[in-house]
Design a binder for this molecule. Structure first.
Ligand code: KIV
Ligand code: ZN
Length: 540
């Protein structure tokens, strides 16, 4: 891509489907990736990094489908600095109207010595060859010196010089391990501009990880030093602590545009919908106090703040909830609301439900309205999200019994519907009611799993709030208690899966979240096994 004519335009490069998808427990299938990519196009991002095509046939197919179907943004495929990776990325993005290859190679001595087991000289030559090869296949090529911020700046500059000579159109400077501070990061970029004058003729990009909570601050510092592309992910997901959060960057440039003098091309009212979609499909909940998209981001708790906002919004609000597409937590429906009112309220929230889907949602709405006096927009969102998660579920909880008392260990019995439609039963006496039901589910399905994460939250405040449960499980064979007959799992391999569920009863929500997490993990194991067969490294 050539540099935009407007020097104040900051390009948004979204890597939710690549770096974001590398978060533990996330496994998106092609349809889910396409849905997210279409929504990112509606949000107005400039570049979608759709995946890492050489990683697996599934990744390749998803990048190819996005390149064919999603119009507007540049569609980018990631490739290591190897000919085979670059060719695979080129094949995957070929059908996009605006294809890009993003190739990367480490430049820090730590990586060169320990990971690549190479030398600076070889890295320089390999980077040059990789960019030249990519440019022969695609006009738009991005190059990243991985672990740039821990590299010797002069060596990094010589690699960038070579990349630019070979035709790279965007140079991205990753703070791969999230170690830099804003002043250091900006100084690093300024020094690169001094050492490589050709950097002024390409788009300089920032890619910051959040290990020290500085990803957005570092990205801003980079932009203030001259970068005009920010790499980021929806809800800040990504390797380890994640990437800079897309929604925070959009609102930062919008809210402070008068002072920064910069802007993006985003349609900010699509932010909330994008965030909810990614949370639902990845199973990664958004923390309540998350900037911009957390459910408390626009809530005022203290009396003084509420008083101020009632008198004049700007006393305590720097952004309008409507500008990010969040309508707040207004009461929309009550116990006596009918199907028509529910349909209309859902439509206002951007969900069109008809026929059987509406009937099912109405039935669940009535169950909630029986327990809760007031059903809010947030409750409805949670309900719809839960309905959609349920449609994608592999296993379903049909019924359960839990006996819990302070005098006997809790005992659970469950009936679980399998993908084949059979209802299998299991029982277990556990350490607590949730432990008992999780183990009863494992006994019923024959799938043993370790519980990696278990979180319970409330959708809204109040005693009658809906409970929201998030579970991450791990299948696999580290050589001890976990069962060994899970199809597709190799010795030593770790397969994780995440699931979320919402219900008025926490035990019910926990059981449903657990079977959804199991379903995700099993699906991932199957996809990995199929990919191995397709790649010729395993037999069917
Ligand atoms: O963090 C990183 O260095 C990356 C590169 C592939 C750009 O994600
Ligand atoms: Zn990264």
């Amino acid at each position: 891509m050539t540099k935009p004519e407007d020097p104040n335009r900051v390009l948004l490069f979204d890597t939710t489907l690549r770096d974001g998808e590398q978060s533990p427990g996330i496994s998106l299938n092609k349809t889910e990736k396409l849905e997210i990519a279409h929504q990112l196009a509606r949000l107005g991002v400039d570049v979608i990094e759709a995946g890492f095509p050489i990683a697996s046939p599934g990744d390749f197919a998803a990048v190819e489908a996005i390149a064919r179907e999603v119009e507007g943004p540049i569609i980018c495929g990631l490739a290591r600095a190897h000919a085979a990776d670059i060719e695979r990325a080129a094949d995957a993005v070929r059908d996009s109207q605006r294809p890009r290859i993003h190739t990367f190679l480490s430049t820090s001595d730590i990586h060169i010595e320990h990971q690549l087991q190479s030398t600076r000289e070889d890295v320089l030559g390999q980077a040059r060859a990789a960019v030249a090869h990519a440019r022969a296949l695609c006009d738009d090529v991005e190059f990243s010196p991985m672990d740039a911020t821990r590299s010797d700046v002069e060596f990094c500059a010589s690699v960038l010089q070579a990349a630019i000579e070979e035709g790279a159109t965007t140079i991205n400077i990753p703070d791969t391990v999230g170690y830099a501070t804003p002043l250091e990061y900006a100084a690093f970029l300024r020094r690169l501009y001094e050492l490589v004058p050709g950097l002024h003729d390409v788009v300089l990009s920032v890619h910051c990880h959040d290990d020290l909570g500085l990803a957005v601050a570092n990205s801003l510092a980079g932009v203030q030093a001259g970068a005009r592309q920010v790499e980021c992910a929806v809800n800040g997901i990504g390797e380890r602590a994640g990437n800079a959060s897309l929604e925070e960057l959009i609102m930062l440039f919008r809210t402070r545009s008068a002072d920064l003098g910069l802007h993006t091309g985003a349609e900010s009212t699509e932010i909330a919908r994008t965030s909810r979609l990614v949370s639902r499909l990845t199973g990664y909940p958004v923390q309540p106090n998350k900037a911009v998209v957390g459910r408390n981001a626009f809530a005022h708790e203290s009396g003084i703040h509420q008083d101020g906002v009632l008198k004049e919004r700007s006393t305590y609000e720097i952004m309008d909830a409507r500008s990010v597409g969040l309508e707040g937590n207004d009461i929309v429906l009550g116990k006596h609301s009918g199907r028509h009112a529910l349909r209309q309220a859902l439509e206002e929230l951007g969900h069109r439900l008809d026929g059987a889907a509406l009937n099912h949602a109405f039935q669940r709405f009535k169950e909630i309205a029986d327990v809760k006096k007031q059903v809010t927009a947030m409750d409805l969102e949670a309900l719809v999200t839960d309905e959609l998660r349920g449609q994608a579920a592999v296993y379903e909880v049909e019924w359960f019994d839990v006996e819990a008392s302070t005098r006997r260990p809790p005992h659970a019995t469950v009936g679980v519907r399998t993908p084949e439609g059979e209802v299998v039963e299991g029982s277990f006496t556990g350490d607590g009611p949730v432990d008992a039901i999780f183990r009863a589910i494992s006994a019923a399905t024959g799938i043993d799993a370790r519980l990696r994460e278990y979180r319970v939250g409330a959708v809204t405040g109040g005693e009658d709030a809906l409970g929201e449960v998030s579970v991450v499980v791990e299948l696999g064979r580290p050589g001890d208690a976990v069962k060994t007959d899970i199809p597709g799992v190799l010795d030593g391999e770790r397969v994780t899966g995440a699931g979320q569920a919402v219900a008025t009863d926490i035990i019910a929500a926990s059981a449903t979240a657990y079977v959804r997490a199991l379903g995700t993990a099993v699906r991932r194991a199957r996809v990995a096994a199929e990919d191995r067969v397709a790649a010729g490294t395993a037999t069917p």
